[in-house]
Ligand binder design. Structure first.
Ligand SMILES: [Zn+2]
Length: 359
């Protein structure tokens, strides 16, 4: 049955009636539609632009489709109705169009340097094999590839780029040649400089960004998905590493401590920022609201910009149209204006996915 919703539609900020006819949005009245909300603030369904449905708690690979489904439902029940999987060792293309799961933009496996990244998670390749691996993982995903741009190099005792600059630039070019976008994990200053200059499409974390690189990202339209929840775990990473790698530990703490100012500067410069939790492994699913609050409270992003980063702009970026004529029938309703008090995003009063009521 068609659904009817009335409320203040964001971002337009007007009281409107909207109908959900199957999986399509229309502003033409549909007879006999069931009214499922008649007040409140209505947004296109939220997006977690960086999470992992194929990585279980403890950073081990998921081993069944049902396990991935359970993680996806946790996000859905928090109002996240589309997500970008930023790399998974367990493939799950079968879930792309499953009616009760969020919409999926997926990378294949992380393409990572040998013997440095999380065990069993990435596809670990030497420099000479990187472009072939990117091409294969582009085919395994549905629009993205994920590169691990840096990680600790135990020989150096600090973060270091995954491969040389030419190889990393060739990896981005291989993704684009395969018709997909490239996302890169970076913590360090050196790797993010290589990757932004190589034209990567999105920087994940980006703790090492300088003001000059931020300006270049703004000019290029390079996205930043800060995952502030993840960066808050750097203290634990540093403490565990300190006995063997004190320089790395200090570096991680310095990156953590400057990060809110990096995100603030990126936002002020006009870098497109999206909400991503990095759920999977060390961070639970369902925490998009907490990431939104960190962007607002720690990085100073205005609430309406955080909402754009979690909803309409993120959907547009990933190709999932929102509350426009013919758009996709995903929405969340909040009882109060989230622009006035963002904390209401923790408690949606209504969630509708693909034209079906979730809550
Ligand atoms: Zn991640």
């Amino acid at each position: 049955m068609a659904l009817h919703v009335r409320g203040v539609l964001l971002p337009d900020d007007e009281v409107r009636d909207v109908w959900l006819d199957g999986d399509r949005v229309t502003f033409d009245p549909v007879p006999d539609a069931e009214t499922v909300a008649d007040s409140g603030f209505v947004l296109p369904g939220l997006v977690d632009a960086h999470c992992h449905l194929g990585i279980a708690r403890g950073a081990t690979p998921v081993t069944s489709l049902d396990q991935a489904r359970t993680l996806a439902r946790t996000d859905r029940d928090a109002g996240v109705l589309a997500l970008r999987d930023a790399g998974s060792p367990y493939p799950y293309p079968e879930l792309d169009d499953e009616p009760d799961l969020p919409r999926l933009a997926r990378a294949g496996r992380h393409v990572a340097p040998p013997k440095r990244y999380l065990r069993d998670i990435g596809l670990e390749v030497e420099a000479a094999e990187v472009t072939a691996a990117v091409t294969a993982q582009a085919a395994a995903g549905n629009g993205w590839v994920k590169l691990v741009g840096d990680w600790i190099d135990r020989g150096v005792g600090d973060l270091a780029p995954a491969w040389d600059a030419d190889t990393m630039a060739a990896a981005v070019a291989a993704a684009h040649a395969a018709g997909v976008r490239a996302a890169v994990h970076t913590f360090s200053e050196s790797a993010v400089e290589i990757m932004v200059k190589a034209g990567v499409d999105s920087v994940e974390h980006g703790t090492g960004l300088s003001l000059d690189l931020i300006d270049l990202m703004a000019r290029q339209g390079t996205a930043l998905v800060p995952t502030m929840i993840n960066i808050r775990t750097f203290g634990g990473i540093a403490a565990a590493a300190r006995p063997k790698f004190p320089g790395y530990a200090d570096h991680m703490l310095a990156l953590r401590d400057r990060f809110p100012e990096v995100v603030r500067a990126a936002h002020e410069a006009g870098v497109p920022i999206y909400v991503g939790t990095d759920a999977g492994g060390g961070i639970d699913h369902g925490l998009a609201a907490e990431e939104m609050l960190l962007l607002h409270e720690q990085a100073g992003m205005p609430a309406v910009d955080v909402l754009a980063a979690a909803s309409w702009r993120a959907r547009q970026w990933l190709g999932f149209p929102g509350l426009v004529e013919g758009g996709l029938a995903d929405l969340v309703v909040y009882p109060e204006d989230p622009r006035r008090d963002l904390r209401v995003v923790r408690t949606p009063s209504r969630i509708v996915l693909r034209g079906r009521v979730v809550r």
